[in-house]
Design a protein around this ligand. Structure first.
Ligand code: PLP
Length: 377
């Protein structure tokens, strides 16, 4: 654990203080990026930290302290969420033991398992985001990977129960915490061994960079992943790492507003006759609500809803003035897409995945209400 990690402090306090170094007179509060491929290194090279730019960098270490404090573990930053996922699945899998990944989660994770592990003789098992289905599939595995909430259907699974079941089976429990953010959920506290996340979403939050991380409960696992990163070169640029750290200061401000907007939109959508389904973990009556109340601090900024068909969904997106039509989520601007356009998720043609931004709630509600009216044709 990091010395400064104090999960009892409020989310904004923790965000703005995360990874900020001790005061040095005349030094900046958050030091700028260290842009270096090589460092001065005379004599015996052993025992030094900064020897070459692929091994380590002071800007990464500051960001890793910040993420480690928020997740309550030992963080290793990567070039992207996928680089972090590949490090865990390829770097920690064991010969002869299957891995279990979600059938309904982030498609890239499934691809690593099926195209790269299965192709090398490691069985890639799939299970939906459902506690019983996961428990029934985990015998013999070395890694159990869950995504809670799942993307895009926003199902939850009990992290504590699955940590116990995974450990009983001798497996590591890995939780993709991208959707929840470390302010919304801390899986390591709930018993998970590793958290993996894309920092490209809420963590950085400005839709301007790609980054990923792993946070480990045990320092030994973090060391193995750091060694993998050095060997494969799946490293973030120092400038991206610095921008990420700068963005974390406002994580709580942004995410709190985004969650408020998402909750208000979920209410609005639930009252519309053309919307046949709304999924939002915070919505009264949502299948994820009870579990969210047990293991999450925030319900999140992502919601899913279903319009009658593809044309209706496209008209809605075209006629909104505020919703940015884009994939990805977690940014400052409200964005949405018709998820079935990709063809890789099991969702109806009219399923919209919407990521609430930080706009004023009344403005957003007015725009979405108007766009729904105009989408009727
Ligand atoms: C975006 C995303 C990833 C991949 O992260 P990148 O930074 O795009 O590589 C992994 N998991 C989830 C749930 C994501 O949303």
């Amino acid at each position: 654990m990091q010395a400064d990690n104090d999960l009892r402090q409020g989310p904004s306090t923790r965000s703005v203080r995360a990874g900020v170094p001790a005061a040095v007179v005349e030094a900046p509060i958050l030091p700028g990026p260290t842009l270096a491929s090589s460092y001065h290194l005379p004599g015996d090279p052993h025992g030094h930290t900064d020897v070459y730019g692929r091994d380590d960098n002071p800007t990464w270490r500051a960001l890793e302290r910040a993420i480690g404090e928020l997740e309550g573990g030992h963080a290793v930053v990567f070039a992207s969420g996928m680089a972090a996922a590949a490090a865990v699945l390829l770097g920690l899998c064991e010969p002869g033991r299957p891995v279990l990944v979600p059938s309904d989660g982030y498609p890239g994770v499934r691809e690593i398992a099926s195209d790269h592990l299965a192709a090398r003789g490691i069985e890639a098992r799939l299970a939906p985001t459902d506690e019983q289905a996961i428990v029934e599939s985990l015998a013999g595995t070395s890694i159990v990977w869950i995504e809670s909430p799942s993307n895009p259907r926003l199902d939850l699974v009990g992290i504590s129960a699955l940590a116990r079941a995974s450990h009983d089976a001798g497996a590591l429990l890995v939780v993709d915490n991208t959707l929840a953010t470390p302010l919304g959920q801390t899986p390591l506290e709930l018993g998970a061994d590793l958290v993996v996340a894309s920092g490209s979403k809420h963590l950085c939050g400005h839709s301007d960079l790609i980054l990923g991380y792993v946070a480990a409960r045990e320092p030994e696992l973090a060391d193995r992943l750091r060694a993998w990163r050095t060997m494969t070169g799946s490293i973030p640029g120092p400038f991206e790492a610095w921008l990420a750290h700068r963005s974390i200061a406002t994580l709580a401000l942004r995410v709190t507003r985004q969650c408020e907007n998402a909750a208000a939109l979920a209410e609005l959508l639930a009252g519309r006759p053309e919307v046949s389904l709304v999924r939002y973990p915070g919505l009264e009556g949502d299948p994820s609500r009870a579990l969210a109340d047990r293991q999450m601090r925030l319900y999140g900024s992502l919601l899913g809803f279903v319009l009658p068909d593809q044309g209706w969904a496209e008209r809605f997106l075209d006629r909104s003035e505020m919703v940015v039509q884009a994939t990805s989520f977690g940014g400052l601007h409200t964005s949405a897409e018709r998820r079935a356009r990709w063809g890789w998720d099991d969702v109806p043609e009219g399923w919209i995945r919407l990521s609430a931004g930080i706009e004023d709630t009344e403005d957003l509600l007015a725009d979405i209400g108007r766009a729904l009216d105009l989408a009727r044709e």
